[in-house]
Design a protein around this ligand. Structure first.
Ligand SMILES: Cc1cc2nc3c(=O)[nH]c(=O)nc-3n(C[C@H](O)[C@H](O)[C@H](O)COP(=O)(O)O)c2cc1C
Length: 330
């Protein structure tokens, strides 16, 4: 079965790849992921805060007077909590490139337009084949408008696109007032791919200790539904390739994501639970499903459930919404 697909300009034998996670911090695991058939390797993120902290440390060492950074840095995780510091991250790209032959996608993660974005160039020089820019942030500033936030992200993308030649994907949350418009703007500013969506790690409250308790909960397939909706809305309409991240656990989840329009399928929770061999199983099960349903290739199925042929997706969504509410009475 021909499972080939194109993502970020790479022709890949199939859509499965590990998403950004600590799995890739260990070279043996990286080898196992490739052996299990990973079509590409997405590295975990290098965070803006890590880079800024290091730049601040150098400025302090050189006794250069700098802005008020001290307070902002106090509540961040200590450098020891990160597996790799900025320089080690660049070395790790070299090492990963040396042990695999599939495309290696480095990940930069931050929310402000600034000097830290210069690491995109360093990542390219270190051998990364593509870059994923994750703009995870929560809009908590009462003076920050949606337009300002979107403009900031577009500036970040512009800065990166001007400094490197490798493809750039943007990993996003769904929380934009007009996600379709913003997705189009990102494509117009040169995004080669969009990665849908970041999961927000939602802290709980421990009412006995009066502490905020951060929880790391792995996903399940129910989280896929939000992604399916937006893949279906954007597929074929924004002019970038699309990757799904969040809630893909089975071959059937993959079938749905590809029908909605995903070009690539990123996996984290299922690989953390079941190990790299899950890549082999999913690929086999996907091929079997396509054969049983008489498809000739993955490409034939791709986007078959997108909303491209729907003249008014907004009205379609409202119609579905009303129908669902009415269905309560059977
Ligand atoms: C332990 C862990 C570490 C992660 N680290 C990163 C990271 O460094 N950068 C990033 O963009 N996403 C990171 N993610 C998010 C994943 O890449 C992915 O988007 C998310 O887990 C949803 O996919 P899933 O449902 O397959 O787990 C991490 C997720 C987990 C569980």
């Amino acid at each position: 079965m021909d499972l080939s697909t194109t993502y970020l300009g790479f022709r890949l034998p199939h859509p499965f790849m590990p998403g950004a996670s600590p799995l890739v911090d260990d070279l043996d695991t990286v080898r196992r992921l490739e052996d299990a058939g990973a079509a590409a390797i997405v590295m975990h993120s290098l965070f803006e805060e890590q880079i800024t902290r290091e730049q601040v440390a150098v400025a302090r060492y050189l006794d250069v007077p700098s802005e008020s950074f001290a307070e902002a840095l106090t509540y961040l995780p200590s450098p020891d909590s990160f597996a790799l510091g900025p320089e080690e991250y660049l070395e790790h790209i070299h090492k990963v490139k040396a042990v695999v032959s599939v495309p290696v996608i480095a990940s930069l993660n931050g929310a402000t337009d600034g000097g830290w974005l210069g690491y995109a160039r360093l990542m390219e020089n270190a051998g990364a084949d593509a870059l994923e820019l994750n703009v995870y942030s929560l809009a908590t500033d009462l003076t920050d408008s949606g337009e300002m936030i979107e403009r900031r992200t577009l500036h970040m993308l512009d800065a990166i696109k001007h400094s490197i030649g490798i493809p750039v994907a943007v990993k996003l949350s769904p929380f934009y007032t007009s996600f379709a418009y913003f997705a189009r703007r990102l494509a117009e500013h040169g995004a080669d791919g969009l990665v849908l969506f970041n999961r927000f790690y939602q802290p709980d409250i421990d009412v006995e200790t009066l502490e905020v308790a951060p929880t790391l909960r792995l996903s399940d397939s129910s989280e896929l539904l939000l992604r399916l909706r937006w893949l279906a809305i954007l597929s074929g309409r924004v002019g970038t390739t699309l990757a799904v991240t969040g809630g893909v656990h089975t071959a059937l989840d993959t079938v749905k994501a590809v029908m909605a329009g995903a070009d690539a399928v990123q996996l984290v929770s299922t690989l953390l639970r079941h190990g790299p061999d899950q890549l082999t199983h999913l690929r086999r099960d996907l091929a079997l499903w396509l054969e049983e349903h008489e498809y000739e290739s993955l490409e034939q199925m791709k986007g078959s459930m997108n909303l491209l042929r729907c003249p008014n997706p907004g009205a379609h969504e409202r119609a579905n919404y009303m129908q669902i509410l009415q269905s309560w009475w059977g």
